[in-house]
Design a protein around this ligand. Structure first.
Ligand code: G6P
Length: 459
C-alpha cells in the first residue's frame, strides 16, 4: 500500500542523517550527521530518507515513534542487521571492493557466510518494501552503496512506476578480484544493481570496473545506464566552519603541542584498514631515518577516529596504529618534541584546525572511492599545503596533477614523497594548493545530487 504522505524523492542508505543515544534517565538525544549526502539532499524538498536503526538509542526512538521530519528509520532485528552489515557488507563486500583480503585463510565462503547472506537478502528486502510503501506515483529513488546492492532489483519488481538510481561510494573491484565471490552471489549483486535505471560511481575507473564485471559475468549491463559523478568538497560550508571560534581554539592547542616553528604532516581518517595508516606511520619513520635533518623539525599529526569496532580486525588495526605511534615516539622523541601526535577521539573542529595548519597532507589509502579529506584540506588551508596522494584514491583522477603521487604499498617511496613535499619551495606549494582547491570544489554536494536526479529523469 502506498502511504498517504507519499514522497517524490527518496534516498535509502544504511546509515541515516541522524542518530539517537539514550541517557541514563531514559531520555533520547539526537545527533545530526554530516557528509556529502546530507548536504546534497538539502538541495531538494519533498523528500524522505529511509535508513536503518543502528543503535539501541535508534531502536528506542523508533519504538517511541520519535522521528525527524523526512526520515524513516527501519527497526530491523538487531541480529539480522549485524549479519548483513558487519558480516556481509563490511567483512565481505567492503573487502572485495577495496581488495583487502590478505591471509591464506581468507576469504572462506562457508555455511556461516551463507547464513549471513540470507540476512543480507532479508535486510535488503526490508528496505525495498519500505521504499515501495513510501514512494509516490512515479517517484525517484536513490539507493546508496554496497549495503543495499539488491534493493534496486527488488524494488523495481514491487513498483515498476519508479525511477531508481544506485550510487556506489566505494571503489568497484576489477573482475578477477570480484570473482572471489561465489558465482551465484556475484551474479545476484550485479543483477541487483542492474535493477536500477541508472547506476553511478564516483570515478570513471570504478564505473569501468563495474561494466567489466557485468560484461564478463552477465554478458552486458542490460538496459541500465552507467554514470559518473565525482563528489566535490563543500567549499562554502567548510570555509565558514573552519573560521569559527572552536576551530581557532583547537588550532592554538595543536600549535602548542607541535611546538613553535615546526612543520606538520597531517592525516585525518576513520581507523579503517583501507586508509593505510600503518604504512603511513612507517613512511614517516623512514623519513626520520633517511633524512635525519627533519628530526625535531616536523611533527606528524595523525587523527585516526574509531570505526566499525564490532569487528575484531578493526579493533586490532586500531591497536596496531597506537602501538606503532608509541614506538616512533619512544625511538625518536626528545623532551621538547613529540614526533607523532595521535588523536583518536572524533572531533570535527579539531580536524579543520589540523587542515588549516597542515604543511603536508598525507592521503595514502590502499583503495578509496573518492577520499574527501584530500579535497577538503586545500580548500581550508591557511598557508598552502602539499598533498601526498595515493594513486589508488578516487580523488587521484581529479587531483593527481597537482599532488605528489604515491603507490600506497611503497613505504620508501612514500617517505621520499614526504621529503619532497616538505622541501617544496613556498611559491610552488601555493600554486599547487590553488589548483587543488579549484579541482576539489568543481562539483559541490548539492550540484552532485541535482545532477544525479536530472540524469535519472532524462532517461
Ligand atoms: C564509507 C561508505 C559509507 C559508510 C562510511 C562509514 O564511506 O561508503 O556507506 O557509511 O564509509 O562507514 P560506517 O560503516 O561507519 O557507516
Amino acid at each position: 500500500m502506498v502511504s498517504e504522505h507519499a514522497a517524490q524523492i527518496l534516498v535509502a542508505s544504511n546509515r541515516g542523517p541522524v542518530s539517537y543515544t539514550r541517557g541514563e534517565d531514559g531520555s533520547l538525544t539526537s545527533k545530526r550527521g554530516g557528509g556529502g549526502l546530507v548536504s546534497g539532499l538539502s538541495a531538494v524538498d519533498d523528500k524522505l530518507w529511509v535508513c536503518a536503526a543502528l543503535s539501541e538509542g535508534d531502536r528506542e526512538a523508533v519504538r517511541q515513534g520519535v522521528a525527524e521530519p523526512g526520515v524513516r528509520m527501519l527497526d530491523i532485528d538487531a541480529g539480522l542487521h549485524a549479519d548483513a552489515y558487519n558480516g556481509i557488507a563490511n567483512s565481505v563486500l567492503w573487502f572485495v571492493h577495496h581488495m583487502l583480503y590478505q591471509t591464506p585463510l581468507e576469504p572462506a565462503f562457508d555455511a556461516g557466510f551463507r547464513r549471513q547472506w540470507a540476512s543480507y537478502e532479508a535486510y535488503n528486502r526490508a528496505f525495498a518494501e519500505a521504499l515501495a510503501e513510501e514512494a509516490g506515483e512515479g517517484a525517484t529513488v536513490l539507493v546508496q552503496d554496497y549495503h543495499l546492492a539488491l534493493v534496486p532489483g527488488m524494488l523495481s519488481e514491487l513498483r515498476a512506476d519508479l525511477r531508481i538510481g544506485h550510487f556506489s561510494h566505494t571503489p568497484w573491484a576489477p573482475v578477477d578480484y570480484f570473482r572471489l565471490l561465489p558465482d551465484d552471489i556475484g551474479e545476484k549483486l550485479l543483477r541487483g544493481i542492474l535493477g536500477a535505471d541508472r547506476a553511478a560511481f564516483l570515478t570513471r575507473r570504478w564505473a569501468d570496473a563495474f561494466i567489466g564485471c557485468c560484461t564478463e559475468i552477465l554478458g552486458g549491463t542490460g538496459g541500465t545506464r552507467i554514470g559518473v559523478h565525482g563528489l566535490g568538497a563543500d567549499a562554502e560550508f567548510l570555509r565558514r566552519r573552519a573560521h569559527e571560534a572552536d576551530v581557532d581554539e583547537r588550532m592554538a592547542a595543536l600549535r602548542e603541542q607541535v611546538g613553535a616553528g615546526r612543520r606538520t604532516i597531517v592525516r585525518v581518517d576513520r581507523t579503517e584498514l583501507s586508509k593505510n595508516i600503518v604504512r603511513g606511520l612507517l613512511a614517516y619513520r623512514a623519513l626520520l631515518e633517511e633524512h635525519p635533518e627533519w628530526r625535531e623539525q616536523v611533527s606528524h599529526i595523525a587523527f585516526a577516529y574509531p570505526s566499525r569496532q564490532d569487528l575484531a580486525v578493526y579493533r586490532e588495526y586500531t591497536a596496531a596504529v597506537q602501538t606503532l605511534a608509541d614506538e616512533i615516539n619512544a625511538e625518536f622523541g626528545t623532551p621538547g618534541w613529540t614526533p607523532v601526535i595521535l588523536h583518536v577521539k572524533d572531533d570535527f573542529a579539531r580536524s579543520l584546525a589540523a587542515y588549516r595548519l597542515a604543511d603536508v597532507a598525507l592521503v595514502n589509502p590502499i583503495r578509496d572511492g573518492m577520499n574527501l579529506v584530500a579535497k577538503e584540506v586545500p580548500v581550508v588551508s591557511d598557508d598552502g599545503c602539499v598533498l601526498v596522494l595515493s594513486r589508488e584514491a578516487g580523488a587521484y583522477e581529479e587531483l593527481g596533477d597537482a599532488s605528489i603521487v604515491v603507490n600506497p604499498y611503497d613505504v620508501t617511496g612514500t617517505a621520499e614523497a614526504l621529503h619532497q613535499a616538505l622541501s617544496m619551495p613556498y611559491e610552488e606549494r601555493a600554486d599547487r594548493t590553488k589548483a587543488l582547491a579549484a579541482a576539489a570544489t568543481a562539483l559541490p554536494p548539492q550540484q552532485w545530487f541535482l545532477d544525479q536526479l536530472e540524469a535519472l529523469r532524462e532517461g
